[in-house]
Structure formats: C-alpha cells, structure tokens
Write a protein that binds this ligand. Structure first.
Ligand code: ADP
Ligand code: ZN
Ligand code: ZN
Length: 810
C-alpha cells in the first residue's frame, strides 16, 4: 500500500509515499512487490536506491497521524489522509516507482486528527475549494504543524517522602511558606499550573526541588469536576421560557437520536439572549458535554467570560487569535481531552477538536468578523451549522439583526426561528428621533462650533439639539454614547491652494490624519501627529507645506473619533466653560490596542458616573452598559448612499446595534440620529418599522435584482505587480469558464473582469471576476471541473489568485 499525505503546499492534491521502515535488499523488495501486487515480469520496475533502503513495512500509519516526508529538496510535515494501492497508482501512470519516496518518520502512534476533524477538513477543502493540506495549516496550532509532541502528561509537584518543614531553616520564611502551600495538596500533589494559581512561585519550586524537599512527576491531567451552578438562574419571562423549552427539546433529540437542529434566535437588543444561552447550556453541561460559544471579536471575550463564570463553576477556556503558540496548543488539548467544559472563542474555535460537544452558540451572529477574509475564506456561521449537522447537535445563531442569508435559511426551512420581541427585566425599547442637520435652505449644516484650549474654533459636527440632549442626560447623572465609525482625527488632509490631497503611495486611499489635543491623552502621553494609511499601515509625518504648491494652507476634511473627542472636550470637560466637567472616553482601535486598556475602559464605564463615550463600531457589539441612556449617531446613515448592494443591510445592522446600547436597564433610552437627509426612505423605514420589516423589504429587492441570498456567488481575485497582468489572467480564466458554461446551459453568470474596489493596495494591484448561479451545485460543478485547469494556465502560474465562496463584498 501507499500512503496519501496532505502537505502544507498550495496544490490541490494529496501526495503519495511509500511506507517507511525496514532495510531490505533490492531482490527482496522486487519479490515482495511482485507478489503483493501481482505485477508481471514485464512491468518496468526501476528502483531508486533510497526507496530500497526503506521499503516496505507491513504496518500502515493510521489515518490522522503526522508524518515527516521528503518533498523536493525539503522535508515537510503532513497528515496521513488515506491509502492507495501501489498497483492502482502505477496503473494510472501518474507516478513511476522511481518517483515514489518513503515516509521518513511517523510522528504519532495515535491519530492527532480524529475522524470528525478530518471530515470537517475535507468538507472545508471541498466547499471553499481550498487545498486540503492548507486547510490543515489554518486548522492546526503551529506547534502541531511543527511536529511537536502533544503533552498529555502534565508536570505535577509533591512533597518528597519523609521531608518536613523543619528541614528548612527557621529564618527562611518564604521557603517555609511555599513548602507549606505545596504540602497542603497532600500525597497526590498538584499540577504546576494549579500550584502557581495557589500562589507558589516557579523559582521556589526549583529551589525546594534542589534541596530534595519536593519532587516533580508527570501525570495525565485529571478530568474536570462536573459543572455546577455558581448562582441561581433568573426567572425567565414567558418568551424566554418558550425559547429555552424549544432549545431543550432540540437538545433531547440530539442526545437520543443525534439529530441536528439549527436555530435563529432573533431577539431584540436587551431581550436577554445571554440568559437564554445560560439556561440552554445548563442541561448540556450537566451531561458532562462541552458547549462552544462563538463571539465576534477578541475585545468581547473577557466580559463574555465573566458572564459565564458568574453562573457556572466550570473550566472555561478562551480561544482567540491573540493566544501564544503554547496556549493555543494547550487549548487544543483541553478541548480534545474534554478538560475545557465551556469554550468561548472567535471563529477559529470552530476548527478545534472536541471530546464531546453538545451545543454550539454563535452570539451576535450577524457579525462581519465571522467571515475570514484571507487564506481559507470560511464563514463561521455556516461552518457552525455544518459542525452541528456533523455532530448531530443543536446550533443557535443569536442576533437582533440577522443577515439576509440567515433569514433566507429560515425561509428555506433550514433554520428554525425563535423570537424575543421584548426587552427583559422591564427595560423599555429605545425611542428614535431623527434630527435634520441641514439648514432650511438645504445647503448648509447647522452644527455647533466649540473653542479649543488653543483658541481655535472647531466644528463639533453636532447640532444644538444634540448638544442640549447630551447636557440634559449628563446633568441627570446618566451616560451618553456618541457613535462615529471612523478612527483618527480626520479622513483627509487637503491643500486649499491647489486641491492636493494626502494619499497613500501604496494604496488607492487617502491617508488618515492622526493628531489630538488634550482629550485623547493616554497614560500621560500625547498621541503624536502623523498621517497613516488604514489599509496598509504606512505612516509618515504631517507635512507643514503642500508638496505640490508649497502653500501652508493645509486643512483637514471630515471628522474622526479623536477630533470629535477634542471638540466635545471643549464643551463638556472644560472647567472654564462649563460648571461641570465630564470624562470623555474615546473607544476605538487606537485607544484599546494595549493590553488591559479595554478592561480599564470597561471599569470606568461601569462605575455608572455621567460620562461621554465616543466610539467606532467596537462599541456596537453586544455590550451592556446599564447607565447609557442617550445614543447619538451623527452620520451613521451615510452608508445608505453607498453603491455596494450590501451597504443598506450592514448600515441598518450597525444603527440598530448601536441604538441597542441605549436604555438597557431601568431608565428609558433615547437614540438621536442626526442626518443630512431626513427624508431618506431607507432610514425612515428602519426607524419607523424596525429591522424585521426593513430586512424583509431588502429581501424583496435582492430577489428582484437577482442578488444573494437568492443567488450564490464566488469571487475570484487576482493580485500582481501590474493591473494589466491581473486583467490578462482573469480574462483567460473567464474564457475557460465561459467555454465550460456554454456546454452546460449557461447555468453560471460570469461577470466581466473589473478592477477591485481598491485596485491598488499595499503596492500590489487587484482585479476580480464574479460568478453567480441560482443553484449552488452549478457553481460548485464549474469550479470542481475548471478551477484546477485555470490554475494551470501559463499566465496564471506566477500570480496570486484567490477564490472566495459566499464573498461578503465585491
Ligand atoms: P441581549 O444580549 O439580548 O442584548 P442581555 O442578555 O445583555 O441582552 O440582557 C440584557 C439585560 O437583561 C441584562 O442585564 C440581563 O441580566 C437582564 N435580563 C435578562 N433576562 C432577564 C430576566 N428574565 N429577568 C430579569 N432580567 C433579565
Ligand atoms: Zn497645494
Ligand atoms: Zn496604504
């Protein structure tokens, strides 16, 4: 037999190797092969000398183990994914014996990839048309890819036989204290992790071990204790109860008959979805099964963890992309061996192995960050449904603003919709109000200017009504949230003399101005003044003169969070101007980059003191700030004007999510949407009819226009040093597809080749080709049959191509 190995190379094939092992003579090998595969004497067998050295063992490495194999001049680590007979392989003529090489080393005796994970990998490779070996690259922690052994044994420490505390000198207080701590764990000792948690310090372990007072030993990690309640659940309202009952029924079915059921939990903001999750999880955890909860962003995970640890005494594991290689490896093992009982993670947590998963929850399931935008471009909400199906367990997609794709799955009967229409715990829905920012003549804006500490007057971008409402709210001791989805000071730097604008030399994009005055001072340091590209990260100093005409008449255009913070500072935090001075907290990627900064901000908000929060979409995501009663959105509705067909959907989701932060507790909430077009029908419909009705309107439009979710899309992107090259190769691919399509009743619509929305990015050029089909199977068949040949086209070989199934934008 030959072994098929998936290798981390961008090629759509598995590689075939001979078994490793025994050293045999050339004659013996020949005999054995001839006997095994009944080759006739006339079959040309030409042995390479290295193959003979290692041919052949009779023991097949199990499927799912790692092997080290030669690949060209390198040695790679791959995963055994199947077997093939030598006779078949030779008969097919793809390979000659001479080309076959033996496996160098088998790294595991038991599979590291179990059956379900291998099935998942194969499904991902097939659905997303991505090489299997590279799927493993995305899936596996780097230590596993590097061949590191899995530590199922953990270092433990215990007090050595016959050693007592009296052997330590009386004056060695610290050592005595540490010894006593270790001794508390008795004869079984405890794992190093646990001891460190209990206050033992690592260097004392070494010190005491050197003295022979304690000793270490390796032991399997103990299975966790059964999960228990830390706090009693809340009494559910009737809607919540109905939802929990349906979920429990689905769980019972999954337990007895392994049937999967997918749910869309459509609950307005503040309807108590978390309480529903907690109560749906409990019976699953009680059965010693694991629960996986996906959250959209890493910033959300610490708070999410607290919400679950307050309810359950359980081993809770956090998984996100910020983990170190070793924590990721540890997390992998904890999931695989069942030590992790509740797993909270971002999208990649779906690709972990689980000992016994009983339920998957996708929180804020509309979140854009659930779609991976490079390499394996999977969508976590879809993969979660596949995982549920594969494992025969329920999956809950929870959100106040479902995507149109998710609503379509409900219409198709693939998801069961459960609704929470009211806010929980007596909170009222927020009241919306539109504020016209235009003068009656429609030409000018009516925004208030504020005077900075340096004497300059600055446009706040906010109307008098908004400023008044903010003042009233703060004076009542409540908090205000101002949403502005643009970080930095201003999106454009402009020369008034000649019209020059500061652009990124590497991208088709303006540079963002970063500067700040008093208010965005962080940890005693002023943020520097600079220009930065938000697409490639390129930075440069702020110019004093226009590089084209030397004029010093440079000015910024538009407003970002740091500018808004500055101008609010002049009004609300300037002791010379106002009797009360309120803290203003800027929340965006610039102010939350450092470790612990989110937690700090969180703590500050949760004091409940009157405060102004200025933030980007980071603040839209599921946060619960009980004392925020006023939400202000200065120009959130601009997205309704965008040419991107998905923009109205995304804009509406964002507006509803941000609005959902208002009045989540006892006090009622208000939402002020300040707009330059108060008559925009989309905006009016969203505000007066709500997201449900708005979304069903959009669905109708999509249907009429033949757009997703009613058609299935695949976007092929090409990247190269010149735009011409990208066009050329996509044209050739398009021709290939078109020819195939003609033979298959033109089931797939193939677009013209166009430049990508940002054609130049990071110094490289991008163009794209879009495929649309009414039936998913037609799209996949075309790709199955043509994509490999497309990659073989001479003009394509040296370029970077990517294929995006179910793209979220084009
Ligand atoms: P969502 O995630 O749906 O926006 P949350 O889960 O954050 O809403 O819940 C909002 C608030 O309502 C929380 O403070 C929560 O503790 C409270 N809550 C939820 N369910 C109940 C209930 N049955 N009784 C009282 N308060 C509840
Ligand atoms: Zn100029
Ligand atoms: Zn750039």
């Amino acid at each position: 037999m030959l072994v098929s190995v998936a290798l981390p190379v961008p090629l759509y094939q598995q590689f075939t190797y001979l078994l490793p092992n025994k050293v045999l003579s050339k004659q013996k090998v020949k005999q054995q092969i001839s006997a095994d595969f009944s080759l006739t004497d006339s079959t040309p067998i030409d042995f390479p000398s290295n193959a003979i050295q290692n041919l052949p063992s009779d023991e097949l490495p199990p499927i799912g183990v790692r092997v080290r194999v030669p690949f060209g001049r390198q040695t790679l680590i791959g995963i055994v994914v199947g077997y093939q007979s030598l006779a078949d392989t030779l008969a097919k003529g793809h390979l000659t014996l001479k080309q076959l090489k033996p496996i160098k080393q088998v790294l595991d005796d038991k599979p590291i990839i179990d059956e379900t994970l291998l099935q998942l990998a194969k499904w991902l490779a097939h659905y997303y048309h991505y090489p299997l070996g590279e799927v493993f690259m995305v899936m596996l922690p780097s230590f596993i890819r590097q061949g590191k052994a899995l530590d199922i044994f953990i270092r433990h420490w215990k007090v050595s036989k016959n050693s007592t505390i009296e052997q330590l000198s009386k004056s060695a207080h610290r050592q005595r204290e540490q010894f006593a701590l270790i001794q508390l764990n008795g004869e079984q000792g405890a794992s190093e992790d646990v001891l460190l948690l209990e206050g033992v310090e690592r260097h004392y372990l070494k010190k005491l071990a050197d003295k022979g007072l304690i000793e270490s030993f390796l032991q399997r990690q103990q299975p966790p204790k059964p999960v228990n309640l830390a706090k009693l659940p809340l009494t559910l309202n009737s809607e919540q109860q109905q939802v929990v009952d349906s979920l429990y029924q689905a769980y019972k079915n999954s337990k007895s008959k392994a049937v999967y059921q997918g749910f869309l939990l459509n609950g307005v903001t503040g309807s108590g979805k978390t309480e529903v999750y907690l109560q749906a999880m409990y019976p699953v955890l009680k059965d010693n099964k694991q629960v996986l909860i996906l959250v959209p962003e890493i910033g959300l995970t610490p708070q999410t963890k607290a919400r679950f640890s307050q309810r359950f005494i359980a081993n809770i594991l956090l998984l996100h992309s910020g983990l170190s290689d070793s924590s990721r490896m540890q997390g992998w093992e904890d999931c695989q061996q069942g030590r992790a009982q509740i797993i909270i993670g971002t999208r990649s947590a779906l690709l972990y192995p689980f000992a016994d998963l009983g339920l998957i929850i996708v929180d804020e399931a509309h979140g854009g960050s659930y779609k991976q935008q490079d390499s394996l471009r999977y969508h976590a909400s879809d993969v979660a449904l596949y995982r549920g199906f594969q494992l025969g367990i329920p999956v809950i997609l929870g959100t106040a603003t479902p995507t149109l794709e998710q609503l379509n799955l409900v219409q198709l009967g693939k998801l069961t919709q459960l609704n929470l229409t009211k806010r929980a715990g007596g909170a009222k829905p927020p009241v919306f109000q539109l504020i016209n920012a235009c003068d009656p003549d429609g030409k000018h804006t009516r925004t208030v200017h504020s005077q900075q500490t340096n004497g300059d007057w600055q446009d706040t971008g906010l109307t008098t009504e908004v400023i008044t409402a903010m003042t009233e709210t703060l004076e009542m001791g409540e908090q205000v949230l101002v949403f502005l989805n643009r970080r930095g000071y201003a999106p454009v730097l402009l020369c008034h003399a000649c019209g020059w604008q500061a652009d990124c030399p590497h991208c088709d994009a303006h540079l963002t101005v970063h500067k700040s005055n008093q208010s965005s001072m962080h940890k005693g340091r002023y943020l520097a003044h600079y220009l930065q590209c938000h697409h490639c990260g390129w930075r440069t100093q702020m110019p004093q003169h226009c590089p084209d005409c030397q004029s010093s008449n440079l000015d910024t255009l538009g407003m970002g969070t740091s500018q808004l913070t500055d101008s609010l500072h002049a009004i609300f935090a300037n002791p010379q101007k106002s009797k009360d001075s309120y803290p203003i907290i800027q929340i965006d990627r610039d102010t939350t980059r450092n470790k612990g900064s989110w937690e700090n901000i969180y703590r500050q908000i949760n004091t409940g003191k009157p405060t102004i929060l200025v933030g980007t979409q980071m603040i839209a995501k599921g946060h619960h700030f009980p004392n925020v009663t006023l939400v202000v959105m200065p120009n959130a509705d601009l997205g309704f004007l965008s040419a991107d067909f998905r923009s109205p959907e995304h804009t509406a989701q964002l507006i509803m999510q941000v609005a959902g932060r208002a009045g989540r507790s006892k006090k009622a909430g208000r939402v002020l949407i300040q707009t330059l077009q108060p008559q925009n029908p989309l905006l009016l419909s969203l505000v007066s009819d709500g997201y449900q009705v708005f979304a069903s309107q959009l669905m109708k439009e999509r249907y009429l226009m033949g757009l997703p979710p009613y058609v299935h899309a695949c976007l092929i992107r090409c990247e190269s040093k010149t735009l011409e090259q990208t066009h050329q190769s996509l044209e050739q691919i398009s021709a290939l597809f078109t020819q195939y399509n003609l033979q298959h009743d033109k089931q797939v619509a193939i677009s013209a080749v166009i430049d990508a929305p940002m054609a130049k990015k990071n110094g490289r050029y991008h163009s794209q080709l879009l495929l649309l089909a009414r039936q998913r199977s037609h799209l996949h068949r075309l790709l199955d049959d043509c994509w490999h040949s497309a990659l073989q086209l001479p003009s394509v070989k040296s370029l970077r191509l990517s294929l995006d199934i179910d793209p979220t934008g084009w």
